[in-house]
Design a protein around this ligand. Structure first.
Ligand code: CA
Length: 345
């Protein structure tokens, strides 16, 4: 959670004054474990979330999708064939496009699947070949959102920490069209677990601008992040919506709903014309001016952004130039260690 600065308001002199002996407000960038410590153990398993927790992150991410019987499960895609053995277990359940969809399976069927490191379903090859082995006999399974909340809150109880959750509702428009109320049910579950308040350590994140607005209509009072990318990349919003969300007008409008602006890193470090370097864009500063915090995604040690020569250069740019408020990483320990070495936590 953000460390809050302490001050007393001096009515007589109309100045905010620091309390002697107490720390002045500090720059404290936050680290979100992207799909867990997914650089080390298969993404979106309870095991990788526990590992991330132990690395001292601020938030652990859950991507949420929905089963046929309306259970909220944690997986990155609406498809379930990139991290599970569904194609072997249920070969006749694919759709015409050859893909297997969560919303065609019951929670019990999902529970019977085994999770592995991410792979390309066409080739069977690992997406990140240097990471955890693709083929093991370990029976990792798909977590459900409720289990993730119970694990984080359980660890908060047993360790005395207050690590938060960073929940992304995936493709709400797609699920609503299947008759599955994913946004409402996610907000309801966050509420049941005590997360629905303005100072909550749960952040709700969505790629879909209409859904960001709808989340407020549905009663979400906590932090809300709008995920922004250059071209929409197949999400419901088209490129025009995300281009508008990068204009001053769009930022001002968005800030009525969202508290966090979370663009793709490529929108903050624009590749230079020759592609060999990068230039800082003014987008982050403009988003802050509109009243939002600035988070970005995704830092991966094994897939550095274009134009950066090493990990330190990325970290310096993020925390000394951009002054990010938060960052998603598959390797959260690398970010945590950098921040500690630079006295930022
Ligand atoms: Ca996500």
């Amino acid at each position: 959670m953000a460390r809050k600065g302490f001050s007393l308001f001096c009515a007589a002199c109309m100045l905010a004054v620091a309390v002697p002996g107490m720390a002045a407000p500090q720059y404290h960038p936050e680290v979100a474990a992207h799909r867990g410590a997914s650089g080390y153990l298969p993404e979106h398993t309870l095991e990788t979330k526990a590992l991330a927790y132990a690395m001292g992150v601020d938030y652990i991410e859950q991507d949420v999708i929905m089963t046929k019987d309306k259970k909220l499960m944690v997986m990155h895609d609406v498809y379930i064939d990139t991290t599970t053995d569904v194609a072997k277990r249920f070969p006749d359940r694919k759709r015409k496009d050859g893909r297997y969809y969560a919303c065609d399976f019951t929670a019990d069927e999902i529970r019977s699947l085994r999770v592995s490191e991410r792979f390309n379903p066409k080739t069977g090859e690992a997406v990140f070949p240097k990471r955890f082995p693709l083929k093991t006999s370990i029976e990792y399974r798909v977590p459900f959102l409720e289990e993730e909340f119970q694990q984080v809150q359980g660890l908060n109880k047993s360790t005395g920490n207050s690590i938060g959750v960073y929940v992304e509702v995936k493709e709400p428009d797609f699920f609503e069209k299947q008759g599955l109320p994913i946004l409402k049910d996610t907000i309801d579950m966050l509420t049941r677990y005590g997360y629905n308040s303005p100072d909550s350590n749960a952040i709700l994140q969505i790629f879909d601008y209409d859904a960001v607005k709808k989340a407020r209509e549905l009663g979400w009072k906590g932090p809300l992040a709008m995920l922004v990318e250059a071209d929409g990349q197949g999400h419901k919003d088209d490129a025009a919506v995300h281009a508008w969300l990068q204009t001053d007008e769009g930022l001002k409008e968005l800030a009525k709903y969202a508290t966090i602006y979370a663009p793709d890193f490529e929108l903050l470090a624009v590749p230079s014309k020759d592609g060999k370097s990068y230039v800082k864009s003014d987008l982050g500063d403009r988003a802050r001016k509109a009243g939002m915090k600035l988070h970005t995604w995704t830092f991966r040690v094994d897939s550095l952004p274009k134009g950066f020569k090493d990990v330190d250069e990325v970290m310096d740019f993020c925390f000394k130039d951009l002054k990010l408020d938060g960052m998603f990483s598959d390797f959260p320990d690398v970010v945590v260690n950098y921040l500690k070495e630079n006295k930022l936590r």
